[in-house]
Design a binder for this molecule. Structure first.
Ligand code: SF4
Length: 431
């Protein structure tokens, strides 16, 4: 076997991420170091540290008291995380406390659900009762449309064994051109999952070698309560045969991937999986606080350059201030991030250039995927019976000139985008 064949077979068999050429782009590698270390099982995922961070509060205390305790415990987490990351401390040196930051997060998201403030809409409806619904139209039930090894994500994320992607239904935005409209616009287009079932899905994906657990939709934020509780159970529940029969109705690649050796997904005896938050970033500050100690890599969308465009194309007010604020917060926290920006026809000047300029001014070293794959869909698709002429300006693909102008602009700004954005080109645009 020649050297490159050996290299390929090692990657295919063991899912080794770190040998991919993309890491030779030092600017990509510099921003995704934590994620890569967890994905390759050299560091424990944040949730494993979170479970070992003690909290000093009764979980039946008032919500304000719980938030105070959360903020105190988050400081302890930060110190511990720094020590683990630098190698000063091993996970095994940390005790499992009677009550942990993980337990507190599960309790807090249940409280938030009773006056839902998961996202910027701040609907304040009691989703536990379900009598009134907010913009996302959800009660407390979460549904998953499908889950599988996603081989179409960015190279650091899909690697060679795929990104373990879980698609939740419904959304808190109303993009008229949504490319996942079948699930984002139909909250019931999926199967009901409780936290234990969701944890089993995550377990299965990681044991089969997925490099991360990719939570997406629709939008994951609106399922925060189910997801946080599932992460608290991750590794402690495994699917029985009956459960697999149910789960595999959602998994198109069931039986396509063999399971890895435990050494490749266990860290000091516990399931270790990087958590990836694949989101429109229209979440509340409280949701960001909950996620900070759970998410190992963020994959945020930054679509619109103004509220005028977000209202016109997605019926979403407060977009610019909310989404730019949330991006800046996670950047200032030092998180691992890859930003996605979808180039849309007739929106290069007002959206692409404004978004890329903002990134350049505020988080210039973060990798950006400047995406060229927009196609008219849902209400923007002139061939669909649902077509609405108010989306006529985006009822076509971007022209070659629009895409090239977006790339030229990103290059002028010095953004980290080429290796992430161009690697799928069949014409070898790989740097
Ligand atoms: S998740 Fe957002 S849209 Fe849904 S009810 Fe809560 S605040 Fe409203």
């Amino acid at each position: 076997m020649n050297k490159s064949l050996k290299h390929l077979s090692r990657n295919l068999l063991h899912g080794v991420l770190e040998t991919l050429w993309i890491w030779r782009d030092e600017r990509v590698a510099a921003r995704l170091g934590w994620y890569l270390a967890v994905a390759t099982n050299r560091m424990p995922a944040k949730y494993l540290i979170c479970r070992r961070t003690p909290v000093d509060v009764e979980l039946d205390a008032g919500e304000d008291e719980l938030w105070s305790a959360h903020r105190e415990a988050a400081k302890v987490f930060e110190e511990t995380f720094g020590a683990v990351r630098s190698g000063e401390l091993r996970l095994r040196e940390l005790q499992r406390p009677a009550k942990s930051l993980m337990d507190l997060k599960v309790e807090l998201v249940k409280r938030m659900l009773r006056h839902c403030n998961f996202c910027r809409w701040n609907c304040r409806v009691d989703r536990g009762e379900g009598a009134k619904r907010g913009t996302c139209m959800l009660d407390k039930v979460s549904r998953v449309s499908t889950y599988f090894h996603h081989l179409g994500e960015e190279l650091p994320i899909r690697g060679l064994r795929g990104s373990g992607t879980i698609f939740f239904t419904s959304c808190n935005m109303r993009c008229g051109f949504c490319q996942n409209g079948d699930i984002s616009k139909d909250k019931d287009n999926g199967m009901v999952v409780d936290p234990a079932l969701l944890a089993m899905m995550m377990w299965e994906l990681r044991v089969e070698g997925c490099h991360n657990i990719n939570l997406v939709g629709g939008e994951p934020t609106i399922h925060l309560h189910t997801i946080v509780e599932a992460i608290s159970l991750l590794g402690s529940v495994q699917p029985s045969r009956d459960k697999l029969v149910y789960l595999w109705m959602m998994k198109p690649d069931a039986l396509s991937w063999r399971r890895l050796e435990p050494a490749q997904y266990l860290y000091e005896g516990e399931l270790n999986a990087p958590i990836l938050w694949n989101s429109n970033m229209f979440m509340s500050l409280e949701t960001l606080e909950i996620l900070r100690e759970l998410v190992d890599i963020w994959l945020p969308d930054f679509k619109f350059g103004s509220n005028a465009c977000s209202i016109k194309l997605a019926r979403t007010p407060w977009y610019w201030e909310t989404v730019s604020r949330n991006h800046k917060i996670i950047y200032d926290w030092g998180e691992d991030i890859v930003i996605r920006h979808l180039v849309m026809p007739n929106h290069v000047e007002c959206c692409t250039k404004r978004v890329l300029s903002w990134i350049s001014d505020n988080m210039p070293d973060v990798p950006v995927n400047v995406m060229d794959q927009y196609h008219p869909d849902c209400f923007a698709d002139p061939l669909s019976p649902d077509y609405d002429p108010k989306y006529s300006e985006i009822a076509r693909r971007p022209t070659r000139e629009e895409i090239l102008e977006a790339y030229r602009f990103a290059r002028r700004l010095g953004l980290v985008f080429e290796s992430i954005s161009l690697e799928k080109s069949v014409f070898g645009l790989r740097p």
